[in-house]
Design a protein. Structure first.
Length: 397
């Protein structure tokens, strides 16, 4: 297919390019064989579903991120809960987090009884704005829960510096925690996400760049106390006096994860290549701001995030997305609007807080379908579909 598509070019059906591809990476026979081998081993009644795979996966991930501890879990959501439990939060304690993220980030904060303090999101990175974090620090701030949004690392050095300039009177500098659900394999100043900060929490849910059979999560940390508490929380207290329940990953998930992790850099490289090719194809559309790759940041493009002009925010953005889906079969997703729009509990708890930059950004952004197995023809089609849809919205002004 050429780089331009005429009006008579074949249209794709509505499932051709799903908004968020249901499998973020891809599986090979190697994953199938690893899981089958673990399953066959488990058929022995003397073995069952215990085994070495979870420990092997954790050790491999710790090496990958150059950390002392990697602790596998059943989801990133439970990892976020554990992160908040490790803080021993008390009523009145505050946790700063970006207004634009998935609701799970903020539900974890509220679930431990802390005050959620919304912070502005930089519209270039869709991550925390360190200057606004500093404005919102108080003597009650216990943590900065940063999000490495859509595959791009937050500016962790800047956030750590802010935390150290405003220590809590009892607990010292606020803990900088990374929600790395969408950033497995991303880098910041040559260091992989997972190493920086007090702890980082990853997701291996099915749409992520790697997946452990559709669900899964993991915490990385260099802090032995965080590791001890995570082990207790994920397995009914683990022989300590701490509360705990079952947050464990399964043997079969870990078996798949070992292979997926080994292949992660390859899958990410192909995803980045497709993203950059798409960016090159979209440069001639003035109404679309393509993703920024800041210096010293290795973006892994979990989401390919576009911005429309401010005067297209909301209805025009939504019309553009509807045209793409209905006319071309190109899916889009708003990833994400501000969290008070996502859950009524969050909305109640942040009443009176103001994040005007994020409110507008959430109405301007959208992610277009992207997958590492897309072909040049696919990218041509998506780019031309975007050009045609933007043209229709432009002419309707």
């Amino acid at each position: 297919m050429s780089t331009t598509i005429g009006r008579d070019a074949p249209r794709r059906d509505k499932s051709s390019f799903p908004p968020l591809p249901p499998l973020g990476g891809w599986y090979t026979e190697e994953e199938v064989e690893a899981v089958t081998r673990a399953l066959r081993e488990s058929m022995d009644w003397r073995v069952g579903f215990g085994g070495k795979e979870i420990a092997e996966f954790e050790a491999a991930f710790a090496r990958y991120c150059d950390v002392k501890h990697a602790l596998a879990l059943n989801s990133c959501g439970t990892g976020l809960d554990i992160a908040m439990m490790c803080l021993d939060l008390k009523p009145g304690d505050e946790v700063i987090s970006p207004a634009i993220t998935f609701k799970a980030t903020h539900l974890a904060i509220l679930g431990q009884g802390a005050k959620l303090v919304l912070c502005e999101t930089d519209p270039r990175t869709f991550n925390l704005d360190p200057a606004d974090v500093e404005r919102r620090m108080t003597p009650r701030t216990r943590a900065i829960l940063a999000v490495h949004n859509n595959g791009l690392s937050a500016f962790m050095d800047d956030l750590q510096a802010v935390a150290e300039r405003h220590p809590h009177p009892q607990h010292g500098p606020a803990k900088v925690i990374g929600d790395a659900a969408r950033a497995v394999g991303a880098t910041y100043k040559g260091t992989r996400v997972g190493k920086m900060g007090w702890m980082n929490i990853f997701s291996f849910q099915t749409t992520k760049n790697m997946t452990t059979l559709g669900e899964g999560g993991l915490i990385t940390t260099d802090d032995p106390e965080v590791a001890r508490r995570t082990q207790a929380y994920r397995s009914f207290g683990g022989g300590t006096d701490l509360w705990g329940t079952n947050y464990r990953m399964t043997k079969l998930q870990a078996a798949a994860g070992i292979v997926q992790l080994r292949r992660l850099d390859e899958m990410n490289a192909r995803r980045v290549d497709r993203a950059r090719r798409l960016t090159a194809r979209l440069q001639a559309i003035p109404e679309l701001t393509t993703p920024w790759e800041p210096p010293n940041c290795g973006h892994i493009y979990y989401g390919y995030t576009l911005l429309v002009p401010a005067d297209w925010a909301g209805p025009r953005r939504d019309k553009l997305c509807a045209i793409l889906k209905d006319e071309s079969g190109v899916g889009t997703v708003v990833m994400n609007d501000v969290t008070p729009t996502q859950h009524p509990l969050i909305k109640r708890h942040v009443e009176g807080q103001h994040t005007p930059v994020s409110d507008l950004t959430g109405k301007r952004l959208f992610c277009v379908s992207l997958h590492p197995l897309m072909t040049d023809d696919d990218l041509d089609y998506i780019a031309q579909s975007l050009a045609e849809a933007v043209g229709r919205v432009r002419r309707a002004e």
